[in-house]
Write a protein that binds this ligand. Sequence first.
Ligand SMILES: Nc1nc2c(ncn2[C@@H]2O[C@H](COP(=O)(O)OP(=O)(O)OP(=O)(O)O)[C@@H](O)[C@H]2O)c(=O)[nH]1
Ligand SMILES: [Mg+2]
Length: 219
Amino acid sequence: MHQINIGEDLRGFNREIAAENREMLQRFNLFSLNLMSAPGAGKTSLLVKTLPRLMEKYRVAVIEGDVQTTRDAERVGALGVEVFQIQTGGVCHLDASMIHSALHQLDLGSLDMLLIENVGNLVCPAEFELGVDGRVMLLSITEGDDKPKKYPLMFRESRLLILNKIDLISAVDFDLEKAKKEAREINPAIEILELSCKTGEGLENWIDWIDRFYKSRRG
Ligand SMILES: Nc1nc2c(ncn2[C@@H]2O[C@H](COP(=O)(O)OP(=O)(O)OP(=O)(O)O)[C@@H](O)[C@H]2O)c(=O)[nH]1
Ligand SMILES: [Mg+2]
C-alpha cells in the first residue's frame, strides 16, 4: 500500500526552510524572536509598549502575521518601525517559507533585531519553527490556569512564558502558582515573567530579558 504522511512531509519541508532562515539570520548577525499566543493575549500590545524602548538601542523590524487585515501592522507601524505584513489568507500560523520571503524583502544588513508576531492561535504556530533565536509565548490570565496542560506544545517549545494582563488578577480565578508549576512540568527550562501591558507592571523585566538574550546571542 502506498502511503504519504502529509503532516510529516510538511513539517520536514518546513524544518529545511527554517534552517535556511537561521543561516541567513546568523549571516547578518540579526537577532530574532517569534511571539506566539492565543488570539488577544496581548502580542501587539506588548510590541506597542516595548518598541519605543527597544528602538532607542536597536535597529528593529517587525513581521506581523495575521489571517486577515493589516490592523496590527498599522498599530505597530505608527511607532515608526519598519513593518512587514504577512496575511496568511486563512492559514492559522506562520511557516518558515513565509518568513523566508519576508527576509528576502527586508534590508537585513541594516537591522539588529527582528520581532515576529505570529498568528493568534495556541496550537498551530508551535508546530512550525521559523529559524529564529527564540520563541516567546504569552498567556493572558483571562484564558485560565489550565492551559499549560491542555495545550502543552507551545509551552514546551517556548523559552519564555509571559503571563499577561496581571492587572486583572483580582477579577479572574487564575492560580498563578499552579500555572507556573504546570508550565515547568512541561518545560523545566522555561522562564516566566508576569506583566501587564495596560499598567506597564513587569515591562522592565521583559526589556531586561531581551537585552540579556540579545547579548548572549550577539554579544
Ligand atoms: N487589562 C488588560 N488588557 C490588555 C493587556 N494587554 C492587552 N490587553 C487588551 O487585550 C486586547 C487584545 O490585545 P492585542 O494586543 O490586540 O492581542 P494580540 O495577542 O495581538 O491579538 P491577535 O493579534 O488578534 O492574536 C486589547 O483590547 C488590549 O487592549 C493587559 O495587560 N491588561
Ligand atoms: Mg496582534
